[in-house]
Design a binder for this molecule. Structure first.
Ligand code: FES
Length: 134
């Protein structure tokens, strides 16, 4: 049985921000090629900041703890700050993961970044549409 830090156990037992966001501004979904687990992030953006972050993770305990930590780290951040969150930073914030569980941390920041990309793509389309009305 691998040793998990107290922080990992806490986020696994009491994950923060689980769920979906209706009419999310951005959605990002990734799958882990190693185990097939899935993670989806939903974001609400207000004034260039992440106003709300929610996730659904169909995966192992470490993946759930990682998602929970990513959602906490990203909440309230600007899009650029949230984009700068790395999978390694998340694992460090969780006070490490057992080596054979490190692959589980690979999805967290990726799913968040995908949701931000999704938002930016939509937003770029809207801005282009708006420009035509000027
Ligand atoms: Fe699949 Fe951990 S075993 S993400």
């Amino acid at each position: 049985m691998p040793m998990y830090s107290e922080k990992v156990m806490d986020h696994f037992m009491h994950p923060r921000n689980v769920g979906t966001i209706e009419n999310a501004d951005g959605v990002g979904e990734v799958g882990n090629p190693v185990c097939g687990d899935m993670m989806t992030f939903y974001i609400k953006v207000n004034d260039g900041r992440l106003d709300d972050v929610k996730f659904q993770t169909f995966g192992c305990g470490a993946a759930i703890a990682v998602s929970s930590m990513v959602s906490e780290m990203a909440m309230g951040k600007t899009l650029d700050e949230a984009t700068a969150i790395t999978n390694r930073a998340v694992a460090e914030e969780l006070e490490g993961l057992p080596t054979n569980k490190l692959h589980c941390s690979n999805l967290g920041a990726d799913a968040l970044h995908k949701a931000i990309e999704n938002y930016r793509a939509k937003h770029a389309a809207q801005t282009a549409g708006g420009a035509r009305n000027d």
